[in-house]
Design a binder for this molecule. Structure first.
Ligand code: AMP
Ligand code: ZN
Length: 472
């Protein structure tokens, strides 16, 4: 499979460090507010990558953190802890905020059928690992301490900037003027590994003892510590949004490689944004929609997933309600098609022998997805396959096969509980129709309708639903 690697800026052939195992780390949410559908675009695309690797036979071990401490409102160690901000805003304790918004995050993930990571780890459960890592960095000479914090000394790490390809001078221009709150900080790009519970953080609710006094960890150190704990010193894939490239991921590299001396990540996978009117959907701009907005507008969250599949993960995607509704219609059609293809006999999906034509569609699908996840192309192959003249059973098989990656839950069709006797009547009626015995088929239709069901013919198959009108 070919995958774009932010580190090399190249499309590379994916070769895991330890075939067929793939170690896969995802930067998780900061759980201080409602999750929005912009986040979900990133997590859907990560899920597509994970499903693709699994489809291709790799054994993926997926770890995702939940940031519940230390992520400040400013990227440059300025501002306040987002979690404390969430607590003040909602008049809850910080722990209640964490619980509430973590639940909201996973509820939204589930609604979009984003598979859960193998390991989900909270920053606050790994304070000890972070302290150990800071100590290790200290032994390697990358750390200095001030009255307010413990910092990573960026000037000592010679590869700083290799991911973003920004020189430190360029970074300095991007750094806002007023940020040098800690006057003892040696260089504005140095970043905090540990904040002490003094000065502006004197009242910080979450705090732990450490060799540098009571305090709390910086945001970046958690990902290095947890990815190392669960996946080892060097991992195959690390994912996140493109906003993480210049600071968070650059800092993760500095910390991890500064500690181990080994390459931290082989493939960096970055997702572009979901935008509104061309601007990143974000909490700070207030231009975001949540799961409940989606549901209020009668959009099935899975049709949002289909919408995300229609664009490439490295391109930005502008969200409009019009595009969401169009995707909803396409999704409804797809569900309808899946229902009809499946028919009443759920054994159909067991079919394995495919015709040459079906194999060719499967290959086209694979080619698209293996080419740096060209999901829009893969969706187009699916529609072509549906419109083709291949056998219905093969169509159903292929649809289910493609859905292993799409994750649209097409298998879970709206099958109402239909009595086995009705199915028998319907099957007998299908036989009668095949023999062109229309008298018999009409009689059977009346029987089915009297029992309160509606039967519709679909070529050589049919669908049955509970009738919404009273039987005659
Ligand atoms: P956060 O909770 O802000 O750390 O964000 C969680 C993940 O969602 C990160 O990987 C972000 O890059 C990503 N993200 C945030 N906003 C958007 C957006 N508008 N479109 C796509 N991804 C986003
Ligand atoms: Zn991270």
């Amino acid at each position: 499979m070919k995958l774009y690697n932010t580190l090399t800026r190249n499309l590379e052939t994916f070769k895991p460090l330890n075939f067929p195992k793939v170690s896969f780390y995802t930067c998780g949410p900061t759980v201080y507010d409602y999750t929005h559908i912009g986040h979900m675009r990133t997590y859907t695309n990560n899920d597509i990558l994970k499903r693709t690797l699994t489809y291709l036979g790799y054994k993926v071990n997926h770890v995702m953190n939940v940031t519940d401490v230390g992520h400040l409102t400013g990227d440059d160690d300025s501002g306040i802890d987002k979690l404390e901000k969430g607590a003040t805003k909602s008049d809850k304790t910080v722990w209640e905020v964490v619980k509430f918004f973590t639940d909201n995050f996973f509820k939204t993930m589930d609604a979009l059928n984003i598979s859960r990571p193998d390991v989900t780890c909270k920053a606050t459960d790994h304070i000890e690992e972070m302290i150990q890592l800071i100590n290790r960095l200290k032994r390697n000479g990358y750390v200095y301490e001030t009255k307010e914090a413990v910092y990573f000394d960026v000037m000592k790490f010679k590869n700083y900037g290799k991911l973003s390809r920004q020189k430190i001078e360029e970074k300095l221009q991007a750094v806002r003027k007023e940020i040098n709150i800690d006057t003892e900080k040696k260089h504005p790009v140095d970043f905090a590994l540990w904040f002490k519970r003094i000065g502006r953080f004197a009242d910080h609710t979450m705090h732990w003892p450490s060799p540098w006094g009571e305090g709390f960890p910086g945001w970046h150190i958690e990902c290095s510590a947890m990815s190392m704990k669960y996946l080892g010193d060097s991992i195959d894939i690390h994912t996140g949004g493109i906003d993480h490239i210049p600071v968070h991921h650059e800092n993760e590299i500095a910390q991890s490689e500064g500690a181990t001396g080994k390459q931290f990540v082989k493939y960096w996978f970055h997702n572009n944004f979901l935008t509104v009117d061309g601007q990143k959907m974000s909490k700070s701009l207030g231009n975001f929609y949540t799961l409940s907005d989606i549901e209020k507008n009668k959009i099935n969250p899975l049709s949002l997933r289909l919408l995300f599949l229609q664009s490439h993960y490295r391109q930005s995607l502008n969200f409009t309600w019009q595009s969401a509704r169009a995707s909803q219609e396409a999704f409804n059609r797809l569900k309808e098609i899946a229902t009809n293809l499946k028919g009443p006999n759920s054994q159909r999906k067991k079919l394995v022998k495919l015709s040459d034509k079906s194999i060719a569609y499967q290959q086209q699908f694979k080619n698209a997805i293996e080419n740096d996840l060209q999901t829009a192309q893969a969706v187009a192959v699916m529609w072509d396959m549906i419109k083709s003249d291949i056998d219905n059973e093969e169509k159903y098989f292929l649809l289910m096969d493609f859905d292993k990656i799409f994750g649209l839950n097409l298998d879970n069709i709206n099958e109402e509980k239909i009595d086995a006797n009705i199915i028998i009547l319907a099957e007998r009626r299908l036989e009668a129709r095949k023999k062109r015995n229309f008298d018999q088929s009409d009689k059977l239709r009346i029987k089915i309708e009297k029992a309160g069901f509606k039967i519709e013919d679909k070529g050589n198959s049919y669908t049955i639903k509970k009738s919404t009108t009273k039987p005659i």
